[in-house]
Design a protein around this ligand. Sequence first.
Ligand code: ATP
Length: 313
Amino acid sequence: MRSYSLIAPAKINLYLEIIGDRADGFHELAMVLQSISLSDRVTINPIGIDAITIRCNDPTIPSDRTNLAYRAAALMVDQFPDMMARHGGIEIDIHKQIPAAAGLAGGSTDAAAVFVGLDLMWDLGLTQGELQTFAAQIGSDVPFCISGGTALATGRGEVLSPLMNLDHLYVVLAKYKNLAISTPWAYKTYRQQFGHTYVSAPQDLQSRHDRVHSGSMVSAIVKRDGAKIGRLLHNDLEKVALPEYPQIQALRDAFAAQNVLGTMMSGSGPTVFALVANQTEADRVLGAVRGQMADPDLAFWTAQFVPNGIHLA
Ligand code: ATP
């Protein structure tokens, strides 16, 4: 048995539309998801005892059964009980670079890496579709994190259609280190304030999905038109997060003043990103906004769009 070291990219949302409620209690969504080069490194090591253990360089991340990477491993042990008996246990070593609770799918991508890593370590030969079916049981973003790149995601986020690769674009990301937004809070508040706009009839749901599939964001992506993608960035959750957290609005305003292609909060936040055309522009915008905000609680990163999800390091 050998170890496998995997790169697990973060994601941002280029588009997030809340369409309605689902019978399973989740929201029906239409999203465009994008992998970026800001990544964790997840190493799967075989160990001599029958156990799943987690090690992480970030002490604020739980290393118990609540870690999404642990939950992914437990699900695989459940599905393939012979494997642990035959090969022993699993140590998962997570080198975190993606900020947690940031709207960047940091936990989901670690879980995705465990599915891919155990498929390799146990030589299961699962298809990507089979891995993604397991992944959907851990979280709505986990199937996307496996395949990555640029994709349209519908359902609760697990029904994926790959889109044209956009690896010529870059982002500047900023997050207040001490600000976390709970994803359940964001969706619950949205339901309270905008539930009356939800679509529920199956034919209406389908026509809303069709509208996104044939809509202007998808056509801008197919044309690799960064300026147009920037103008069309959309996230319904900003409607609840921006009024509640004025500092996120201020960050967004500071990026917008820098003549970027577009700026938006990612997912349920609180990370805000600015879309730019190249690394030089990303460095310029980062320097300008950092200087202007001058807040030690603000962390910044630059990243490039990447065409893949989990891959070998
Ligand atoms: P999403 O965009 O999918 O909503 P997020 O970026 O908002 O994700 P995560 O980074 O996945 O959020 O973290 C959410 C919570 O999950 C954190 O509070 C953290 O304690 C917990 N968690 C469990 N496992 C992990 C992990 N491997 N990495 C980061 N957080 C984890």
